[in-house]
Structures are given as C-alpha cells and as structure tokens.
Design a protein around this ligand. Sequence first.
Ligand SMILES: [Fe+2]
Length: 234
Amino acid sequence: MGTAVGRVPVALDPLAQAGDHLHGGSRRGVGPVVRRTPSWPAAGAAWRPPEAPTERRERKERYVTVNEVESNAMAVDARVDKMRDKYALVEGFVGAMEEDSPWVPFVENVWIRHLTFDVRSSSSANVLWCAAGGMLGRHRHRGPVSGFTLEGTWRYLEYDGVASPGAFVRESPGRTHTLYSEEGMKTFFWLNGPLEFLDDDNRVLETVDVFWFIDHYERYCTEHNIPINPRLYL
Ligand SMILES: [Fe+2]
C-alpha cells in the first residue's frame, strides 16, 4: 500500500497493519475505507516483513513450560555463583597471638587490639581493654557504634547503666559520653565514622577515625618489629 502525500498518518499496531496489507488497504464491511501509513520501526531495529495470521497464532499460543523456567533460573544461579567466586572477599581471620595483632597502648590504662580496618566504609573493629580505673575521655560519635562486653564492667559517666560480660551497647551518631571502668574490662567494638574527643567547651581536641587507627597500629608494629598483618585490612 502506498502513502498518500498530504494524508494524515493514522497510528496503528503492526498486527492491524498486517491485516490491512492482506485486505489490500481496506477493511471490508467496516465503514469507510481508511488508508493507513506504516508505523516506523524503532531506530536501529531491523525491518521484518509482517507475519501471516497462522504464524501469529502459533506464536501467541506457545507457552513457557515449567522446565524452561527452572532451567533458566538454574543458568542464572550458575552465573551468579561464578560472580561470587570471582568477587567475594575471603573470610577474615585474625589469630589470637600478639603477632597477629598486638595490644597497642591508647591512653593511660587503656589498650586497643585492632581487628579490622575498612577504609571504604570508614569503619574499624577492635577490642578495648581498660585496666582498673581506665577512662576514655569525653567524645562524640559521627557514626554508629556497636559494642559487646567480654570481661569486667564499665559504664558511661553520663548514665547509670553498667555493662557487664554479655552486655550489648549500641551508640548512635551525635551522642557524647565518657567511658569509665572501675574494675577493668574488655569490650569488642565495631565503629563507623570518626570519634571526636572534646574539651569542656565542646571544642574538638582530636578526631579518631579508621586512618587514625591504622596509623596507631602500624606505628606500634614498626617500633616493636611486629609484621603488619594484611588480614586486618579490607
Ligand atoms: Fe563512645
């Protein structure tokens, strides 16, 4: 069928177009004849001849079987498994010995055993060890912190609660407090974002983040001839 110059194109779907083609450009018995211009294929699409009605019927009536769905899902799983093998980080393991990660003096009566440095998320994991009377000065968190008490007891001077072995502590960004242990303690912490140690006028004295902890660990190792453990770094 041709395209009449000056005629307003009528939008139509490919199936209707195929029907018009077979009818010679008209629809018998359905009112006045309306000539239709062919719709344009999408940019870059290959041109395909219109389907015959029998081909359309066969295509429409073909259903995907359960086996086909399952085999497709299995193929996707197999591909994703390969991506896991290729990109997943190996399991982290830090041994219990001093050379795996030493106790590094932090402040008076307080030591840190570093376990993980994740610079991408600005987070780090460690065990904080306070001898009796150990205190971490007043500090403000810029990210969430989770803590699990392993030994001894401790508390924040600003609150009444006392953490004992098995106690879990969750600290939120923006909170400011002072850690103190009367009898000593060991607590595992997972820190995100920096801590800001403050003076009495809330001026920042020092910012401690994952890079500060890395420097803390590496400097001590270097000074004491302890090999840097690459397993601490993500
Ligand atoms: Fe804290």
